[in-house]
Design a protein around this ligand. Structure first.
Ligand SMILES: NC(=O)c1ccc[n+]([C@@H]2O[C@H](COP(=O)([O-])OP(=O)(O)OC[C@H]3O[C@@H](n4cnc5c(N)ncnc54)[C@H](OP(=O)(O)O)[C@@H]3O)[C@@H](O)[C@H]2O)c1
Length: 270
């Protein structure tokens, strides 16, 4: 039993809740959509690959399939996000939760960094960071009018500390971690819930390219279960697996000299 009340209202029943998942065509987003549809939520599925979204919806039980919406979009395009938001707000007459799972990873490394890498940096920042801003711009007027509903953003433990092989990805996630705190502070008094989700390593298409051992690796199904449990508890910072994320949290507080030393030792063993 926790000593302090949760930072967000716990979600005790998903039945009929209207949940928009952006980045639902694969990995963590797809598994979370599957889980929530199975618990009776009405889900709207967005990402660029319309076919993958349709396939996901087709796998739902009949009632969930009938209730689900498929709204393909590119989160990097604010007009596309605003258009989809208008469609679902009109259809559902409101929204209970948006989960932003869309993200891309490009292993940008400093020794090979030059002007040719800049487009990849811009793309990563545009999708990972501007994408959630596009969602906020499209939804906040309606959500603040409603005075209820939640915004959940999948960031990453990669945003806790500076990391190798992630020159654009990790800074985009560090900015998201910070953004969620600002959002929480300003939106919670208006009745909205804000969730910052920081997974460790999860086996998805994104990490399939990694050529190193990923400690404490979870499946996408396990990650989805952790996310849903965190939302149900009303956590603000939903992070998992704890055996990995708590260790990374401790690293945040170390003097940087010690952090760089440990990181170098760890990188040698990967
Ligand atoms: N896997 C991990 O170890 C890990 C760890 C920490 C955090 N995360 C974060 O978790 C989230 C989900 O990643 P994942 O691991 O599940 O990888 P994934 O299977 O590659 O899923 C990424 C999702 O983002 C969507 N997406 C990418 N670019 C998009 C765009 N421009 N517009 C709309 N949707 C877009 C993809 O759909 P389309 O390609 O169809 O657009 C897909 O649905 C990401 O934010 C990632 O940074 C992952």
């Amino acid at each position: 039993m926790p000593l302090l009340p949760p930072l967000n209202p716990p979600i005790t029943d998903w039945t009929g809740l209207r949940v928009w998942i952006i980045g639902a065509s694969s990995g963590i987003g797809a598994e979370t959509a599957r889980l929530l549809a199975g618990r009776g939520a009405r889900v709207a599925l967005s990402a660029r690959r319309a076919e993958a979204l349709e396939t996901l919806r087709a796998g739902f039980a009949p009632a969930a399939r009938d209730a689900a919406l498929v709204l393909p979009l590119d989160i990097a395009h604010p007009d596309a996000v605003a258009g989809a938001a208008r469609t679902l707000l009109a259809h559902w007459e409101g929204l209970d939760l948006v989960l932003v799972a869309a993200g891309i990873y490009d292993a940008l490394r400093a020794p090979a960094f030059d002007a040719a890498a800049l487009p990849a940096v811009a793309t990563a920042l545009h999708v990972n960071l501007m994408g959630p801003y596009h969602v906020l711009a499209a939804l906040l007027p309606a959500l603040t009018r409603q005075g209820r509903g939640g915004i959940a953003i999948i960031s990453s433990v990669a945003g806790y500390n500076g990391l190798p092989r992630a020159l654009a990805y990790a800074p985009s996630k560090a900015a998201l971690n910070n953004l969620c705190e600002g959002l929480y502070f300003e939106l919670r008094p208006l009745g909205l819930a804000v969730y910052r989700i920081c997974p460790g390593f999860v086996a998805t298409a994104m990490t399939a390219v990694n050529d190193f051992h990923m400690p404490a690796l979870l499946s996408a199904q396990e990650a989805a279960q952790e996310i849903v449990r965190g939302l149900e508890r009303g956590d603000f910072h939903i992070h998992f697996p704890k055996r990995f994320t708590r260790f990374l949290e401790v690293l945040r507080w170390l003097p940087r000299r010690m952090y760089f030393f440990l990181l170098r030792q760890g990188a040698r063993q990967l």
